[in-house]
Design a protein around this ligand. Structure first.
Ligand SMILES: [Mg+2]
Length: 382
C-alpha cells in the first residue's frame, strides 16, 4: 500500500488574507478594488489584493505602480503586520484543536495532517468544514480548504473552489483528476517553467506522465523528477512542524568603531562570508523546500543603539542557484544598497555590522526570484 492511501492532509488558505482583514475592519473597502502593499512612489509592491482588484489582472508581488496603471482607482493601503499576526495566531489556535501536526507556510496558510484525528469519526472533510466555520466565527474571515492524501494535492484542492470553498480529492478521484490538471497548477511551476514545458509540448499532467524522465531531467534537473511524481499525484513529503533554522547570519564586531566610509569597505567581505555560510548550510540541509524570504542588515552604533533593515525577497533555496557565481551578484547589489541606506542614516560611528537571511518554507515558483520591494518589514530596533 502506498504511503498516500494512509494519509489525510488538509491545506487551509485564507482568502486574500491581508486585504480581507482590512475589508472586515473598513467595510467601505469591500465594494472597491483595493490592495495592501507598498507605495508606488517608493517602488513598493502589492502584498495582497481583493477580488475586485484581481479582475483587473492585479496580483501579489506586482509593482504597485503597474497595478495602478491597470486600475487607476485602485486603493492601496499600507497595511498593518501586527494586526495580521494577531489574526494568524487565532487561526492557528483553531488548527491545534484538531491536530498537533500543523505546518504553517505563511501567516495565512498551513498544512494539517489529520490522519490520526478521531474528530468527526475520522472524516477529514468534516474537520476541514469545521475549521472553516470556526475561523469565520472567530475572525470574520473566510478560508478555503483542500483535502487530499498529500500536501501537493491538498494545495491544489484548496485553490479549486476559492474563495470560501472546499474541495476534496479522494484517492479514487485522483487518477482521472490528474489527466486534465494543467501543469501551471503544480507548485513550483511559474510562468517561466510553464513556458519551458509548453515548448516541449507539455500542457497537462497527462502530457507530463507520458514524457520520459530523462527528457524532463535534461530540461529541469532535479525538478524533473518532482514534476514526474506530481503528474501522477504523488508527493511523499511529510507535514513538518518544526524546522531547526529560521535564519542564518553573520556579524563582525570591530576592534575600534568605524566610520561609514570605513564600513563600506568591509561590505564585500561580509557578503562573501555569508555566501560561504549559506553554501555550507545548503550542503548539510539538502532541502528544496526552503527558500530565502528576507534579507536583513544590522548595525550597532558606538552608543550601542541598534538598527536593522529587513526586506522581503523571494529566492529559491534551490541547488543550482547556490553556486556563488549565481547568487553573489544580486545578493551583493541588494545588500550593498541596504548598507548604503543604513550607513547614510546616522553620522555615528559603528561598532558592529551584520548581514543575514531569513528562510521561508512556502512552495514557491522556481522561476520567480525577482527582488520584492515590499517595505512592510523595515524596522527600527531602537
Ligand atoms: Mg491566502
Amino acid at each position: 500500500m502506498s504511503k498516500d492511501s494512509l494519509r489525510k492532509i488538509i491545506h487551509i488558505d485564507m482568502d486574500c488574507f491581508f486585504a480581507a482583514v482590512e475589508m472586515r475592519d473598513n467595510p467601505a473597502l469591500r465594494s472597491v478594488p483595493m490592495a495592501v502593499g507598498g507605495s508606488p512612489q517608493k517602488r513598493g509592491v502589492i502584498a495582497t489584493c481583493n477580488y475586485h482588484a484581481r479582475e483587473f489582472g492585479i496580483h501579489s508581488a506586482m509593482a504597485s505602480s503597474k497595478a495602478l496603471k491597470l486600475c487607476p482607482d485602485l486603493k492601496i493601503i499600507p497595511g498593518s503586520m501586527d494586526k495580521y499576526i494577531l489574526e494568524s495566531r487565532k487561526i492557528r489556535s483553531i488548527f491545534s484543536e484538531f491536530t498537533e501536526l500543523v505546518e504553517p507556510l505563511s501567516l495565512d496558510e498551513a498544512y494539517l495532517d489529520v490522519s490520526s484525528s478521531k474528530a468527526f469519526g475520522g472524516s477529514a472533510t468534516l474537520v476541514a468544514e469545521e475549521i472553516r466555520k470556526k475561523v469565520f466565527e472567530k475572525t470574520g474571515l473566510t478560508a478555503s480548504a483542500g483535502v487530499a492524501p498529500n500536501k501537493f494535492l491538498a494545495k491544489v484542492a484548496s485553490d479549486w473552489n476559492k474563495p470560501n470553498g472546499l474541495f476534496v480529492l479522494t484517492p479514487k478521484l485522483i487518477p482521472s483528476f490528474m489527466l486534465s490538471l494543467k501543469v501551471k497548477k503544480i507548485p513550483g511551476v511559474g510562468k517561466v517553467t510553464e513556458k519551458k514545458l509548453n515548448r516541449i509540448d507539455i500542457f497537462t499532467c497527462k502530457d507530463l506522465q507520458e514524457k520520459k524522465i530523462e527528457i524532463l531531467e535534461s530540461h529541469f534537473g532535479k525538478f524533473g523528477k518532482v514534476l514526474k511524481e506530481r503528474s501522477f499525484g504523488i508527493d511523499n513529503r511529510n507535514v513538518v512542524t518544526e524546522y531547526p533554522r529560521k535564519s542564518l547570519s553573520i556579524e563582525r564586531t570591530f576592534a575600534c568603531d568605524l566610520t561609514s566610509l570605513e564600513c563600506k569597505e568591509k561590505v564585500p567581505q561580509l557578503i562573501s562570508d555569508l555566501c560561504g555560510r549559506l553554501q555550507l548550510f545548503k550542503k548539510k540541509k539538502g532541502s528544496d523546500d526552503l527558500y530565502i524570504s528576507k534579507f536583513f542588515v544590522k548595525l550597532k552604533y558606538e552608543d550601542f543603539k541598534k538598527m536593522s533593515y529587513e526586506k522581503s525577497h523571494s529566492f529559491p533555496f534551490y541547488e543550482s542557484l547556490w553556486r556563488e557565481k549565481d547568487i553573489s551578484l544580486p545578493l551583493y547589489e541588494y545588500l550593498n544598497d541596504q548598507f548604503e541606506r543604513a550607513l547614510s542614516k546616522s553620522p555615528k560611528k559603528i561598532r558592529l555590522m551584520g548581514v543575514g537571511v531569513r528562510f521561508g518554507r512556502q512552495e514557491m515558483n522556481y522561476d520567480n526570484f525577482s527582488f520584492n520591494q515590499l517595505e512592510l518589514f523595515t524596522k527600527d530596533l531602537n
